[in-house]
Design a protein around this ligand. Structure first.
Ligand code: AMP
Length: 481
C-alpha cells in the first residue's frame, strides 16, 4: 500500500516524498492508522525499521496547524543524539507545515532551548534530565499535552531514567494519547506500559533478537595478541564504504583510533568522554564521508542512523547479546546491505554461545585469507582486564604495500572452507536539518560494561542484497539528558 492510502494530509505526503520514501515500511503500515485514529500503541520495534516516521507522520497529521501555546506533543528519548535525530525527522516530515519542533537535552546551554519553549512550540523532543529541569523551573508546562511518546523505553530504563520517566508521565494530562516503543518488553517495562497506556494496540516488528536480513555477519576468531592486526587486515581486505568499529571501553576506542590513523585510515571517535562538540564533529564527519572509520563505544550501538555504514566490526565482543543485534543493526539499515564482523578470542566461547542463542542462529566462523595467524603480532595486544586494548606503537605497515585500503574484494573464508565475497556498500546521504526552530545537537553516552569469552558455530551468513535507499540520513545515539 502506498503512503497516499494511509490517510495522511498532502503536506505530509510531500514531506515523505521529499525524503525519498516510496513505500511505507511494515511498522509504518500498521502504526500510522492506529495513531491517526487516536489510539494508544505499544510497538516492539528496533530503530532501523522506520519507527520514527511511524509515529512522527500521524502525530504531525493529528496536530494540523501550529498553535502558539505550550507543546501538544512530548517525545521522550534516552539520549541527546536520538532526541536530535527525532527532532530532525519531525522537521523533515513537517517541512511543508507550519508546525514547530524543539529539542531539549543536556550537554548544551539552557538559553536557546528556553527561548524556543517560551516562543511556543508544538512538539518537544527531550531527554528526561533536561526536561525535568525545565519542568521544575516552570518554563515548560505539560497541561496542554495531547500526545506522549515514550521511545526506546528499555534503553531509558537501562540508563536509570525510570524515576524521571514515571514522574514525567504523572505530570501529563490523563486524557491523552500515548505511544510506547521498546525493543524488548520485560516485566518492569510492562509495568510502565500498564501505568501509562490505555487499551493499547500492540505491534511487534523487527524484534530486537532478529539480525537484519540485509546484514551478513560472521565471527573471526584470533589470538588475543593479534586482535589489532586482524582488525587492520579486515579493513584492508574489505571494500568498505564506511565502517563502524566497536570498542568495549572508551580508552580502548581512543587507542584503536590512534592506531588506525597511523595505518592511514581517516578515523572519528565517539564515546562518552568526548565533548559535545567533538561528538557532533565525529558524527557529522562520519556521515559526510570525511572519516571512513568511526570507532565507538556502545553509545553508538542503538539508533545511529548514517546512510551507507557498509560495515560494522566488533573489535570487542559486545557485553550482552542484545547489543550484538544493536551494533550490527547499524549497517544494512532500511534497504541497504551491510556486513558485520566480530573479532573474538579463544576465551569467548560462552559469549558467542549466548549471542547465538539470543538471535536463534549460528554465526559462521571465518578465517581471513592471506592473514598470517601464526606470525608475531605487529601490534601485540595484552590480555583482557587492562581494557581489551591493543598495545604497541608506530604505524601498521600493510604487507601488501601501499597506503590506503585496496579497492575491492575481501577474502574471507569459513574455517577450512569456501570463499566468500564482500557485498555492502552504501550511499552516503547527508542529513539536512529542518526549517523551523533550531538544529540538531548531540550528547553523551554511557560507559560500556565488560564481559568475555569463545565458541564455535557455523551457519550461512544472513545476507540478502537489497536496493540501496535514497533519502536523507541522520545520526543518533543515547544517554542521559
Ligand atoms: P528509523 O527506524 O526510524 O530510525 O529509520 C531508519 C531509516 O530508515 C532512516 O534512515 C529513515 O529515514 C529510513 N526510512 C524510514 N522509513 C522509510 C521508508 N518508508 N522508506 C525508505 N526509508 C525509510
Amino acid at each position: 500500500m502506498p503512503f497516499s492510502k494511509l490517510g495522511l494530509p498532502p503536506a505530509l505526503l510531500n514531506g515523505v516524498k521529499a525524503m525519498g520514501y516510496v513505500d511505507p515500511t511494515p511498522i509504518q503500515l500498521r502504526a500510522i492508522p492506529v495513531v491517526l485514529g487516536g489510539g494508544d500503541l505499544i510497538g516492539s520495534a528496533q530503530t532501523g525499521t522506520g519507527k520514527t516516521a511511524a509515529f512522527a507522520l500521524p502525530v504531525l497529521a493529528r496536530l494540523g496547524k501550529h498553535e502558539a501555546r505550550g507543546p501538544r506533543v512530548l517525545v521522550l528519548e534516552p539520549t541527546r543524539e536520538l532526541a536530535a535525530q527525532v527532532e530532525t525527522a519531525f522537521r523533515d516530515f513537517g517541512r511543508f507545515t507550519d508546525l514547530r519542533a524543539t529539542v531539549v537535552h543536556g550537554g548544551v546551554g539552557y538559553g536557546r532551548q528556553r527561548s524556543e519553549i517560551q516562543s511556543g512550540t508544538d512538539i518537544v523532543i527531550a531527554t528526561p534530565g533536561r526536561l525535568m529541569d525545565f519542568l521544575q523551573e516552570g518554563t515548560l508546562r505539560l497541561d496542554g499535552l495531547k500526545i506522549l511518546i515514550l521511545d526506546e523505553v528499555d534503553r531509558m530504563l537501562d540508563m536509570g531514567f525510570v524515576k524521571d520517566v514515571k514522574k514525567i508521565i504523572a505530570k501529563c494530562p490523563r486524557e491523552r494519547q500515548t505511544l510506547f516503543f521498546s525493543a524488548t518488553i520485560p516485566p518492569e517495562i510492562a509495568d510502565i506500559a500498564a501505568f501509562a497506556l490505555r487499551n493499547p494496540t500492540r505491534i511487534e516488528i523487527g524484534i530486537a533478537r532478529t539480525v537484519n536480513q540485509s546484514v551478513s555477519h560472521a565471527i573471526y576468531p584470533v589470538s588475543m595478541g593479534k586482535k589489532f592486526d586482524l582488525l587492520v587486515a579486515l579493513l584492508e581486505k574489505t571494500d568498505f564504504h564506511s565502517c563502524l568499529v566497536f570498542s568495549r571501553t572508551k580508552h580502548g576506542a581512543d587507542k584503536i583510533a590512534r592506531k588506525l590513523k597511523s595505518a592511514n585510515h581517516s578515523v572519528a571517535v565517539l564515546h562518552a568522554n568526548r565533548s559535545q562538540s567533538q561528538r557532533v564533529e565525529a558524527l557529522e564527519g562520519f556521515k559526510s564521508g570525511k572519516y571512513e572509520v568511526m570507532v565507538a563505544t556502545d553509545i553508538a550501538a542503538r539508533g545511529i542512523d548514517v546512510a551507507g555504514v557498509s560495515h560494522v566490526i566488533n573489535y570487542d565482543i559486545p557485553a550482552n547479546p542484545e547489543d550484538y543485534v544493536h551494533r550490527i543493526g547499524r549497517t544494512g539499515r532500511a534497504a541497504a546491505v551491510g556486513e558485520a564482523f566480530t573479532i573474538t578470542t579463544p576465551d569467548q566461547a560462552n559469549d558467542i554461545r549466548d549471542i547465538e542463542r539470543f538471535i536463534g542462529q549460528k554465526v559462521p566462523q571465518l578465517k581471513l585469507d592471506g592473514f598470517d595467524y601464526h606470525a608475531a603480532p605487529t601490534f601485540p595486544v595484552n590480555a583482557p582486564q587492562a581494557s581489551h586494548q591493543p598495545h604497541g606503537q608506530g604505524g601498521y605497515r600493510p604487507n601488501s604495500g601501499g597506503g590506503g585500503r585496496p579497492s575491492h574484494s575481501s577474502q574471507h573464508r569459513r574455517d577450512g572452507g569456501a570463499g566468500r565475497s564482500t557485498g555492502g556498500k552504501g550511499s552516503g546521504g547527508q542529513g539536512n536539518g529542518g526549517q523551523r526552530i533550531g538544529a540538531p545537537r548531540y550528547q553523551d553516552g554511557p560507559a560500556p560494561a565488560s564481559g568475555s569469552t569463545q565458541g564455535g558455530g557455523h551457519a550461512g551468513p544472513a545476507s540478502q542484497p537489497a536496493p540501496q535507499r535514497g533519502g536523507l540520513s541522520r545520526g543518533t545515539w543515547r544517554r542521559r539528558g
